[in-house]
Design a protein around this ligand. Structure first.
Ligand code: NAD
Ligand code: UGA
Length: 454
């Protein structure tokens, strides 16, 4: 393998190819995207996304064996292996709107590969796709010219934003699905050889294509289900006086359950969990399994409820009115260590606060620009990089993203500048409620007893 192309220079394509380029200095890695600004940012060595450690990895290979370009078609003609890492959002129109995956970018890419490929190519699905999409791709490729040969593999990506580089460097597993034919097996071996440069062999799993495709949707569904499950228990805790941290510890120490993904919060966000579960549910329905579809949909419904419940609690304890009150929103990214705001719980929560006619002041170390694109100043929203300024004169703080820097703030100083009584709603259980209470806050952590002294 001498030349790899990745189509799609987003959160997955950029980091994944940078790590492949790092470990395969003898392979030329090209990342192509239709968005010229994104391409220019990557090619300048200043990635268009914030991801810890990414810039160093990109800069180490740029100009050596890593290149970003907007010439998608030209590069297809030269590649031996093509990763497809375009976005597959939820469809917003027509059949399956709001649930099915929108495959238009993926299909355009497949047709473009068919049109421009000039040699045998291994096509690798990196995007998250509905089960049997590889088969659809193969059908598109059936119209090939005699000089063309395609082998389609599924190689779903499991990285999480904020830890992408560590996840790519030390993955729990790499999953490769391929056809059970000699050509399919040979293509799989080629891809295994690439990952084997830095991933231990026993962590490289192979499967048939459909199992690989389904495993990706299943993994995200299971992870999201855990978040909704712990959030459901958090709701009971708030009603009964139990403490979700004790409950999560007690159940997480059971080895069969495990301790990961049991942090209660304002609900899961990000571009994938909701999209992939809805996609899975849609797939279930298409295959005559409506009860299974309902089961997974409940995970998303509970997630919506969690965000609404958070604001209901705010309204209730703040004397049933937020009208005209300044609320400082600490964190807008969907999780810490990313600037990504896609499906961030903060979006829905800010909308609910605005519906209550609150004045919302958003602060975030990386996602303020993303917030600006979603809300305008005339909506009653302010954008403030400095959390101390954001909280100045506020009636309440709603902490929505688990940025470590929010732990290090001087809350005594913050409280001094706030209206009284000063409320703090810790949507991530990031802060020590006892300490905040001592300072004079009325503290409302998720799934934990309130600490109030009006
Ligand atoms: P993204 O929106 O950040 O990037 C997709 C890129 O594809 C964009 O830059 C877009 O311009 C480009 N693109 C679209 N159509 C194109 C075309 N025809 N030719 C060339 N470029 C084109 O999306 P992402 O977050 O990187 O996700 C990509 C896929 O990976 C999705 O299927 C997603 O579900 C999956 N995934 C994402 C993550 C994550 O953490 N974001 C993790 C694992 C898997
Ligand atoms: C998730 C998966 O973890 C990745 O394996 C997968 O590749 C990716 O989706 C994808 O397909 O896009 P990501 O969305 O980047 O990664 O981030 P997570 O760490 O999974 O967090 C998702 C959301 O759940 C965040 O809003 C986070 O704050 C929330 N969460 C997570 C909780 O509320 N509690 C937890 O215990 C864990």
């Amino acid at each position: 393998m001498r030349r790899i192309l990745c189509i799609g220079a987003g959160y997955v394509g950029g980091p994944t190819m940078s790590v492949i380029a790092k470990h395969c200095p003898d392979v030329e890695v090209v990342v192509a995207d239709i968005n010229p600004e994104r391409v220019a940012a990557w090619q300048s060595g200043q990635p268009p996304i914030f991801e810890p450690g990414l810039q160093d990895v990109v800069q180490a290979s740029l100009g050596r064996n890593l290149r970003f370009t907007a010439d998608v078609e030209g590069e297809i003609g030269k590649a031996e292996m093509i990763f497809v890492s375009v976005n597959t959002p939820t469809k917003t129109f027509g059949q399956g709107a709001g649930r099915a995956a929108d495959l238009q970018h993926w299909e355009k890419t497949a047709r473009s590969i068919l049109q421009h490929a000039r040699r045998p190519v291994i096509v690798v699905e990196k995007s998250t796709l509905p089960v049997r999409t590889a088969e659809a791709m193969e059908r598109i490729f059936r119209n090939r010219r005699p000089d063309q040969r395609f082998e389609v593999l599924s190689n779903p990506e499991f990285l999480a934003e904020g830890t992408a580089i560590a996840d790519l460097e030390h993955p729990d597993r790499v999953l490769i699905g391929g056809a059970e034919t000699p050509a399919g097996q040979a293509a799989m071996r080629e891809l295994v050889e690439i990952y084997a440069r830095w991933v231990p062999r026993d962590r490289i799993l192979t499967a048939n294509v459909w199992s690989a495709e389904l495993s990706k949707l299943a993994a995200n569904a299971f992870l999201a289900q855990r978040v909704s499950s712990i959030n459901a228990i958090a709701a009971i805790c708030e009603q009964t006086g139990a403490d979700i941290l004790s409950v999560a510890k007690a159940i997480g120490t059971d080895r069969r359950i495990g301790s990961g993904f049991l942090r209660a919060g304002v609900g899961f966000g990000g571009s994938c969990f909701q999209k992939d579960i809805l996609n899975l549910a849609y797939l279930c329905e298409q295959h005559g399994l409506p009860e299974v579809a309902r089961y997974w949909e409940a995970v998303v419904a509970l997630n919506q409820h969690q965000k609404e419940r958070f604001v209901h609690r705010m309204v209730r304890v703040m004397f049933n009115t937020l009208a005209g009150k300044r609320i400082a929103v600490f964190g807008f990214a969907f999780k810490a260590n990313t600037g990504d705001t896609r499906e961030s719980p903060a979006i829905r929560i800010c909308q609910e606060l605005l519906a209550e006619q609150a004045q919302v002041c958003i602060t975030d170390p990386q996602a303020l620009e993303g917030a600006r694109q979603l809300f305008a100043s005339d909506d009653g929203v302010m954008f403030e990089p400095d959390p101390y300024e954001a909280a100045d004169g506020a009636h309440a703080i709603a902490l929505l993203t688990d940025w470590a820097e929010y732990r290090a703030l001087d809350y005594r100083r913050i409280q001094a500048g706030m209206e009284r009584p000063a409320f703090l709603f810790d949507g991530r259980n990031l802060l020590d409620p006892e300490e905040l209470h001592q300072i004079g806050f009325n503290v409302y952590p998720i799934g934990r007893p309130d600490r109030t002294s009006l």
